[in-house]
Ligand binder design. Structure first.
Ligand code: S3P
Length: 175
């Protein structure tokens, strides 16, 4: 049986919106890796990137993920879009929970995010890089996730219901 539920996907795909709705539905605690990292690092992600660089951020993100993964309490975890870059993270996610890929087309993501300075990888990318990053990441999300849901097709409550269904199916399959 899957212990945690992890929501993965590109920036702006709805992880932090669906997460709390799903957690409430399941009566579980919800955590968001970006928010926890902001507390842990004592500064915004954009500031941390510019002071210490992306690699340092990835190390912190990885250590947080491993700590959360071993929590005895089953969690709903909304993750940062780059969590899947690290192959050990990808393995850990799949081993310790149901991994759900939330996705939306890049045009919709652009509309949702607009010009957000708090996302360093978004604001620094020019358009071509962004398309490339989206493609590259999409492959990693697909490879890591057990299932995928469009957040254009499904509103947060419906998406949460579908995830509950996937959890139930998994329990039934393994019982
Ligand atoms: C990142 C996504 C961000 C945040 C950081 C890096 C990425 O999280 O972790 O800015 O590499 O895609 P969101 O997916 O919540 O925006």
């Amino acid at each position: 049986m899957h212990h945690h539920v992890y929501l993965i996907g590109f920036m702006g795909s709805g992880k932090s919106t669906v997460g709390p709705v799903l957690a409430e539905r399941l009566g579980r605690a919800w955590v968001d890796t970006d928010r926890l990292l902001i507390d842990r690092l004592g500064m915004s992600i954009a500031e941390y990137f510019s002071r210490y660089g992306e690699e340092a951020f990835r190390r912190e993100e990885r250590s947080l993920l491993f700590a959360l993964a071993s929590s005895a309490l089953p969690l709903v975890v909304s993750t940062g879009g780059g969590i899947v870059i690290d192959p050990d993270n990808r393995r850990r996610l799949r081993e310790t929970g149901l991994v759900v890929h939330l996705f939306a087309p890049l045009s919709e993501i652009r509309r949702r995010i607009g010009d957000d300075p708090s996302r360093p990888l978004w604001s620094r990318q020019n358009d071509r890089n962004l398309v490339e990053l989206y493609r590259l990441r999409h492959r990693l999300y697909r490879e890591t996730a057990h299932c995928a849901l469009s957040t254009v097709r499904y509103a947060p409550r419906e998406a949460a219901e579908r995830i509950v269904g996937a959890l139930r199916e998994d329990v039934e399959k393994r019982d």
